[in-house]
Design a protein around this ligand. Structure first.
Ligand SMILES: [Zn+2]
Length: 250
């Protein structure tokens, strides 16, 4: 049993007994960790209010053998997620970040760049940054890190460049990207997407982090439909939060 230190984002807190909780964490160095926090529900616990949904915390935990829950021994709050008290759409955006982290990664599989992207997204949500763009940036970072970034410029089948300047473009959900007219026939799970939306996605995927690629309100509904659909295909079921993020489409 080894003692480990790292930073973590709190994904979920579940009451476990009268005095204890189980916390789902996404850690910087160890990926997802599910840990028992003994005494966390006591008024004066060793965790002092750090186990707050979407908080950034610094933890010490004991790793247990395969099946057992890890044991959280210390947690110190670095930053609280404050949007809960402000605006419902920002709270849901935070929940969505947590949902994607939980769905796209496996326990004990570290992804430090994804941790940093999630941390940045939560700060941006809290600081009132544009929500549609913040969410899209995080989604693309998560897809890149999970190795599922869709092919947006070249046909996913034959590699031919696909122009986005006019008309609509075929996007294969299971194929994982855009399809040229020659490769489209016979493919299942193909939707037709406006070239403008694909162009915004291309630019957002190349995002150099200096500024957001702006998603005009008229394009948001279609963009959300593609992203929600793509994630549903990827994880095998519809995600819970996107429906609540309806505000992003307006
Ligand atoms: Zn093709």
């Amino acid at each position: 049993m080894s003692s480990e230190k790292t930073r973590a984002i709190v994904l979920r807190v579940i009451e476990f007994s009268e005095t204890s909780c189980v916390v789902w964490l996404f850690t910087e160095d160890f990926g997802k960790v599910n840990a028992l926090a003994k005494g966390a529900r006591r008024p004066k616990s060793a965790f002092e209010g750090a186990l707050d949904l979407l908080a950034l915390i610094r933890i010490v935990f004991l790793r247990k053998s395969s099946d057992a829950l890890d044991l959280l021994t210390e947690a110190r709050l670095e930053r609280r997620f404050r949007s809960a008290q402000r605006e419902l759409s920002r709270l849901y955006a935070g929940y969505y970040v947590a949902e994607l982290l939980a769905e796209l990664t496996d326990a004990g599989d570290p992804h430090p760049p994804l941790f940093r992207a999630a941390d940045e997204a939560l700060v941006a949500i809290d600081e009132g940054e544009p929500l549609a763009e913040t969410i899209l940036r995080f989604e693309l970072a998560a897809l890149r890190e999970a190795g599922h970034l869709p092919s947006l410029s070249q046909c996913v089948q034959c590699g031919r460049e696909v122009t986005t300047t006019k008309g609509r473009i075929a996007f294969g959900m299971t194929a994982g990207g855009v399809l040229c007219p020659d490769c489209r026939p016979g493919r299942r799970q193909v939707i037709s997407v406006s070239g403008l939306v694909i162009e915004r996605l291309q630019r957002a995927a190349e995002d150099d982090h200096k500024e957001h690629v702006q998603i005009e309100p008229a394009l948001r509904g279609e963009l959300r439909a593609i992203m929600n659909n793509y994630f549903a295909h990827l994880v095998g079921h519809k995600l819970r939060i996107p429906d609540l993020l309806g505000g992003l489409s307006h």
